[in-house]
Design a protein around this ligand. Structure first.
Ligand SMILES: [Zn+2]
Length: 190
């Protein structure tokens, strides 16, 4: 089922930084952007917890600091870090928001874009539930397109030519969203 058609622009309130009509999950895993810094880059990520398993509650739990370290061997190491993203797009296209877009989410880590370091300061981070090698779902491309079109409408400092992958800003350290992500398909829709 199509969640967001190719013409849909998700409504975003630039004052609150919230997408209207999507599930909001409260977290304290964010802080303020540096004074005077506005978002001008969108970073696309891929994530799955446990790796290559979809549909569980664990991404919400990771981004809210409540991932139980004993449920899966992989979780123990993950549970000690404090990370987040502005939004997640699940396999069925559902959008979940964790951090208002005006605030700084903790998704990029050590990173640089065109020589400018610390991308969290000036970016919006969007996670896709998936792996580097698994084709992302049509519903995810539709939701991602609708979300990015909404962001471009709400924040004039963002630009359709400044949408990159985590692997682009942290080469050698990060590979997501991976070879499975179809950049042409996204770019054609924004
Ligand atoms: Zn990432």
């Amino acid at each position: 089922m199509s969640v967001h058609s190719s013409a849909h622009i998700l409504p975003i309130d630039a004052k609150t930084g919230l997408v209207l009509g999507v599930r909001q999950v409260l977290t304290n895993h964010y802080d303020a952007r540096p004074a005077g810094v506005v978002p001008d880059l969108i970073i696309v990520h891929g994530i799955s917890l446990p790796p290559a398993e979809f549909g569980g509650p664990w991404i919400d739990r990771l981004f809210t600091g409540s991932l139980p370290p004993d449920v899966h061997p992989y979780f123990a190491a993950m549970a000690v870090g404090r990370v987040s993203a502005h939004a997640l797009i699940r396999r069925d296209g559902e959008i979940v928001q964790y951090v208002p877009f005006g605030e700084r989410a903790w998704h990029a880590g050590r990173s640089a874009y065109l020589g400018r370091e610390a991308c969290n300061d000036f970016s919006v981070g969007i996670e896709l539930e998936g792996t580097d090698e698994t084709a992302y779902e049509a519903a995810q491309y539709e939701s991602l397109g609708a979300l990015i079109r909404g962001l471009l409408a709400a924040y004039p400092t963002l630009g359709r030519e400044r949408v990159v992958g985590h692997s682009d800003v942290a080469p050698g350290r990060k590979t997501d969203p991976g070879v499975a992500f179809d950049w042409g398909r996204l770019r054609a829709s924004i």
